[in-house]
Ligand binder design. Structure first.
Ligand code: KG4
Ligand code: ZN
Length: 472
C-alpha cells in the first residue's frame, strides 16, 4: 500500500476487458481497454461465451499494462475495485474472480462497483481532472487511453471512423463545469441502459434515485439493431453517427408516442429480467423511454421501400466475414448481448477470418441518399426523444446540472444538441471524454474512491449480479 489512494479498477461486464489505476478518484494514471469487437463483429453482436473466453485471455496482460503505464506495482495499490453488475454473468465472473484473487494475495480491500454508477463517475472523474489538472495530466490521459487500446482488432469507434476531429472536440462542448451543481440529473445511455437518475452527494459518496428508464430496448441497442438491419457492422452506433451527417434528418418523420401508464402497468408482466427488478410503477410516465417502436418503424420503412436486398449487398461488401447478414436478422431476433434484458440468439459455429473493417468512405460509397436520409432521421428522432425527456425531468425535478454518459454519449449529434439546448436553458451539461464514454475501468476505480474512504468493502463471497440495479 502506498497510501496515495491508488485504486486498480477492473471492468469485464461486456465486451471490453479494461483495467486502470486512478489516484484518489481524481487522477487517471492509466486506462487500458482491450476491445473484443473483432471477435464479436462477425456475429453482429456480442456472443456471451466468447466474451468470457476473451476476458480470460486478456485480463492478465491488461492489468499488467495498466500497472506498467501508471508506473506502479501491485505493492503500491491501496484497493482493488471491480464491476459486480449489471452485465453478462460469465464475463463479470472473470473480472470478479481475478480481482478477488489479487486482493487476497495482496491483502488489499476489494470494492464492488455498479457498472452504471461507474458510468456516472466517468463524468465526475473528468470534472475533477479538468478542475485540477495535474501537470500534463489531461493530455496524458487522452494519449494513454488511445495508446492503451490493446486492440488486435479494428476500431469502429467514432474517432477511428475519422469522425471526432471533424465535428467536435471531446472536451469542447462541455460548459465550464467546476463541480456538478446539485442535484444532478444523470442520463446513462448505453447498449443496455437508458436510465435517468437524480444524483446527490450523500455522506461522502453519492445517492441515486431512479427517475426514468426504458421499458424495452436501450437507445444503444436501437442504434445497433438499426445499423445491422441497414447492413453495417457491430457496434452500430459509431456507424450511424458517422453517416447521419450526410443525410437529411427531417426526411423520414419518425415520432415517439406518449407512453401511457395503463399500457405498461397492466396486463402481461414485463418480459425481461431487468424490467422485473427495476420498479416502474412509481415513475412519471413523462420520463419513460421506449425504443422498440422506432426500431420496428425503420424495419417497416425498409420493407415498404424494398431496401433489404440493397442492405444485404452492402453488408456482404463491407463485412464479408460477418455471420448473419440482414437477410437472416430481423432486428427482434438478432441481438446477442451484454445485458440480461436483451434476448439471446444462438450463435453459429462458423469462424471466418475477419478482414479490416470498412472505412466511412467505403460505407458512404455504398449508401444511396435515401439510406443516408433514413439514418439521419433515425438518429435525429432518438436524440430528440432523449433530449425532450431529459430536459423535462431536469426542469421538473429542479436539477441544476445534467450528466450524460454511456456509449451513446459519444454520439456527435447528441453532444451538439444537448449542449445547445442546455446553453439556451442556462443549465449545465457535462459528458465524459470519448475514451471514458464507452466502457472502461477508470470509471470503476473512480466510483470506488468514496467507498475506500468509508470502508465499504465487498464480502469475500462477492459474486456477479447480472441485473444489479442502481438506486431505488
Ligand atoms: O457503454 P457501452 O460501451 O457499453 C454498455 O454498457 O452497453 O455502450 C455501448 C453502446 C453500443 O450500443 C454502441 O453502439 C453505442 O454505445 N455507441 C454509440 C456511439 N458509440 C458507441 N451510439 C451512438 N453513437 C456513437 N457514436
Ligand atoms: Zn457500459
Amino acid at each position: 500500500m502506498s497510501g496515495r489512494g491508488l485504486i486498480l479498477g477492473i471492468e469485464t461486464s461486456c465486451d471490453e476487458t479494461a483495467a486502470a489505476v486512478v489516484e484518489r478518484g481524481a487522477r487517471t494514471l492509466s486506462s487500458v481497454v482491450s476491445s473484443q469487437i473483432a471477435t464479436h463483429a462477425r456475429y453482429g453482436g456480442v456472443v456471451p461465451e466468447l466474451a468470457s473466453r476473451e476476458h480470460l485471455r486478456a485480463i492478465v496482460p491488461v492489468v499488467r499494462a495498466a500497472l506498467a503505464q501508471a508506473g506502479v506495482t501491485l505493492d503500491d495499490l491501496d484497493a482493488i475495485a471491480v464491476t459486480s453488475g449489471p452485465g453478462l454473468a460469465g464475463a463479470l465472473l472473470v473480472g470478479i474472480a481475478y480481482a478477488k484473487a489479487l486482493a487476497f494475495a495482496q491483502n488489499l480491500p476489494l470494492i464492488a462497483v455498479n457498472h452504471l454508477e461507474g458510468h456516472i463517475h466517468a463524468v465526475l472523474l473528468n470534472e475533477r481532472e479538468q478542475r485540477e489538472p495535474p501537470s500534463g495530466a489531461k493530455a496524458r490521459v487522452d494519449s494513454i487511453a488511445k495508446a492503451a487500446r490493446l486492440k488486435s482488432c479494428p476500431d469502429t469507434r467514432p474517432g477511428a471512423l475519422g469522425l471526432a476531429s471533424e465535428t467536435w472536440d471531446s472536451t469542447a462542448p462541455n460548459l465550464p463545469f467546476a463541480q456538478p451543481a446539485e442535484p444532478a440529473l444523470a442520463l446513462v445511455v448505453s447498449g443496455g441502459h437508458t436510465h435517468l437518475y437524480l444524483a446527490r452527494p450523500a455522506e461522502g459518496s453519492w445517492s441515486y434515485s431512479l427517475i426514468g428508464r426504458t421499458l424495452d430496448d436501450a437507445a444503444g441497442e436501437a442504434f445497433d439493431k438499426v445499423a445491422k438491419l441497414l447492413g453495417f457492422g457491430y457496434p452500430g452506433g459509431p456507424w450511424i453517427d458517422a453517416l447521419a451527417r450526410f443525410g437529411n434528418p427531417l426526411a423520414v418523420p419518425f415520432s415517439f408516442s406518449q407512453i401511457k401508464r395503463k399500457v405498461h402497468l397492466g396486463g402481461k408482466p414485463p418480459r425481461t429480467k431487468a424490467a422485473r427488478t427495476a420498479p416502474i410503477a412509481d415513475l412519471d410516465t413523462r420520463f419513460l423511454f421506449s425504443f422498440s417502436g422506432i426500431k420496428t418503424a425503420v424495419l417497416r420503412y425498409v420493407e415498404l421501400h424494398n431496401l433489404r436486398p440493397e442492405a444485404q449487398a452492402r453488408a456482404a461488401r463491407l463485412f464479408p466475414a460477418q455471420i448473419g447478414h440482414p437477410e437472416l436478422s430481423h432486428p427482434e431476433q438478432s441481438n446477442m448481448e451484454c445485458h440480461p434484458e436483451r434476448d439471446e440468439a444462438g450463435s453459429k459455429d462458423l469462424l471466418l477470418p475477419a478482414r479490416l473493417p470498412a472505412t466511412r468512405e467505403e460505407a458512404l460509397a455504398l449508401c444511396p441518399q435515401p439510406i443516408l436520409d433514413l439514418i439521419a432521421s433515425f438518429q435525429h428522432a432518438v436524440v430528440g426523444d432523449l433530449m425532450k425527456k431529459t430536459f423535462a425531468a431536469a426542469e421538473s425535478l429542479g436539477a441544476r446540472s445534467i450528466l450524460i454518459t454511456g456509449g451513446v454519449a459519444a454520439n456527435g449529434e447528441l453532444r451538439q444538441r444537448f449542449t445547445a439546448e442546455a446553453a439556451r436553458r442556462g443549465v449545465r451539461v457535462a459528458f465524459p471524454t470519448l475514451a471514458l464514454s464507452t466502457d472502461n475501468a477508470a470509471m470503476i476505480a473512480a466510483a470506488a474512491w468514496p467507498r475506500l474512504l468509508s470502508g465499504d468493502f465487498a464480502p469475500p463471497e462477492l459474486s456477479a449480479d447480472p441485473s444489479l440495479a442502481l438506486g431505488r
